[in-house]
Structures are given as C-alpha cells and as structure tokens.
Design a binder for this molecule. Sequence first.
Ligand code: URA
Length: 457
Amino acid sequence: MAPNTQVLTICLSRIGDVCRMRMYDIILKKREGRELTTGEIKHFIAGYTAGDIPDYQASALLMTIYFQGLSDRETVDLTMAMSDSGERAALSAIPGIKVDKHSTGGVGDKTTLVLVPLVAAAGVPVAKMSGRGLGHTGGTVDKLESIPGFKAELEHGKFIEQVSMTGAAVVTQTGHLAPADKKLYALRDVTATVDSIPLIAGSIMSKKIAAGADAIVLDVKVGNGAFMRDIESSFKLARTMVSIGNLAGRRTVALVTGMDQPLGYAVGNALEVKEAVETLRGRGPGDLVELCMALGSVMLLLAGKAGNLETGRKILSDLLVSGKALEKFKDLIAAQEGDPRVTMEDGFLPVATIIEDVPASYTGYVQAVHAGKIGRAAMLLGAGREKKDSPIDLSAGIVLRKKAGDRVVAGETTAVMHTGDKQNLTAIKKIIQKAYEIGEKKPELQPLIYGMVPESL
Ligand code: URA
C-alpha cells in the first residue's frame, strides 16, 4: 500500500473529520504560502510521531516551513502538538513555584551549573531536565557527569523527592517528553532545516512546556558562537518563545545575550565545573557572574522571592558571599551520588594528560575571541561530540588566558589546550590562534546583555 493511502486508512478509523487530510495537500498548501489549520498541524505531528507519515514527506514540509515560515498561531499550534505528543512531567508534588531556565546554547556556557544551586539556595525549587550536548562541548548533563560518581539518570519519583528534600536536581531529559520534537529535531539536523525561527521556538518551548515548570527564563544567545548570528533574529526568536510560553500559561521572560566570545574562561566539561565552583565561591569571571545575576534575578522575580530585579540581585550576591550557594551545589552533587569534594578542593575532577599553551601570533589588543572557532577547537580536542554517539573526553577543553580588550605580546600565552589525544594538536593550535583577532587599538567591547523581552500577558 502506498504510504499516503496507509495514512488515510489509519486516519479514517481513528480521527473522523481529520481523515480527509493528506500530507501531500498539507505540503502543497504550505508551499503556496497558505496558513495551515490547527487540525492539519495536529495531523502532521500525530502521524509523524506514530510513524505513519514517512521522513520524505516530513522533510518536504520542514523545508517549505523553512522558506515560507509559520504565522504566530501556526507556531503555537505546532508547539502544543509537539508538547502533547508524549508525557508531561508532573511537578505538582513539589511545593512552591518551579522556575526553569533555558539557554539556546553557546561556548563556555556553564550558567546552569551556577544558577541551579544559587536559585535553589534562595528557596526556589529547581527541577531541571537537561540534555547531553552535540557540538562544541557537552551539555549540562555531560558537564555534571565529569564529577566522579554523578548520576543524572534518576527515576521520576526520585527526581521529585530530591527536589522536595534538597531544593534542586538536574537529570537527563526523558525521551517520553515531546517525542515528536525528538524525532523532528533529528530529521532537521540532517535536512538543513535547524535554523528556522518558528521551528527552533517550537522545538525548545514544546520541551519546556512538557517539563512542567510554572515559569521559564530564556537566555537567547546572539553572535558567532550561537544559532542566531544577528540581533534582530535573536529578538524575534526571543519574542516568539515568550509569547508561546505565555499563551501556554507559563510566565516566560527572555534575555538576549552576547555569544561572540566564550562565556568565562573555561570551555570543556570538567574545566567548566571547576569554573562554576569558583563562581559559587564568589570568585567567578565578570561576564559569567553578571549573566548569572541577570538571569537569576528574573528567576527570583517570577518565583515571587524578590519584589524587583535589584532585590533579586542582592539576595543572590549574599548567597555567593555567605557560601550558601556553594553548599547547595555540594548537597545536590551528594544527593546524585557524585563526589562532593569537587566543591572543596582541587584534585577530584578528571585532568587531561596533555596540557599545552597556545602563544599569541602578534602584539596588540585582543579585538575578539571568535567563540565559534574556540568551540570547534574544543570539540576537536575531545570536549564535544561531532556525532550523537561519539565518545567525549570529560577532561578536555580550552582555558582562555586572554579575552577581548586584553593586551597581549607576541609569544605570550593566549589560551591553554587540555586533551588526551596528541593527534592534530598543531592544526587545533592554529584554529585557536585564528580565533584571536589582534589589533593595535583597544577595542570597544560588545555588550553582554542586549535586552530583555518581558512577559506579554
Ligand atoms: N535547541 C532545541 O532544542 N531545538 C532547536 O531547534 C534548536 C536548539
């Protein structure tokens, strides 16, 4: 039986009215730039998740969406259909307003490692589901798994119990949440349809909505190390996600933040955990601390723990100074069977066998440290995965010694490579040297935070 006939037959027995729909007609309608109905979008998502709609038709629709776009209403329908395609995490047993945080991803972005214990120490329960990474370095789960013994695969009941007892938990996202997105994201990855604003917004928000938090704070990155390369598109993505979140009944706010150079100095899993611990000790790099304050204060505001952003910042900086945020990280690690000594002293995180300096090629001021190139170099050193199943070296990565605005002399160390693999070191060193743009004048620095998209309720 031809696949369309098969879908039609299954449909007829299952969904009554929707049955007259055919994927061919849906693709054609979108190709002609017409708006799809809620029913057509539901038909596509339900049929694709069930395996009734083949990849070639789903790919064709994704490509037409890539070129024709989706209206706001279609984007919300797509998000809700994907969110409804699987289970919803039930967080209601955890008392209090649960606030989630999501970053669209960047190089050296370890804010989740800092924010989860910091915000939890302020009394906001954080039930965080996170992913393993593809690309530059691992995701938050990979970073945490560089802590010896740390377990991120918690059964749901245990997850809820830990958040209720400790105030925070970070676990791997189960495949049961938004399975439609999981399948479609994998297809987008191989059909050059990832960088479409409605598709990205729908993908991220379908998972956030299914993950069950009451409020969501989004960090939308812009720059050469991010999905979005220009400020206008980043704000558009941020506004689209905020409006979807609000329409789904979740208080949602976004910050648009810079990703032209890596955040902080460390890029790589264990290296980032070490920098996060330093930050929780009150000794973090300026940009990382500032971003954590900005995102964290919005989280406290939405959770009702601070009346305004200034008060939120004060609460958070007191928690860093008093050591309570670091103590919370220690509790979280211990609850998930990790070695809590990583929060106390050096020597408990994996260390690379090869550590080699990268000298500056010129004398002058660092104009820019190209985040995309540093990310690529970190991945080649073993810190990230080129393919979904590639192995990852948790000790590998790069520690920057110089960032934009710093003075450097030719031959001085700009960055340090950490790896377990001596192959390709010369080529990787060249990539890092190319990432450093050095010029005569002290540059004007790019802003870290471009703006906020408030709730649109
Ligand atoms: N992250 C997601 O989860 N989905 C996208 O489409 C892009 C980034």
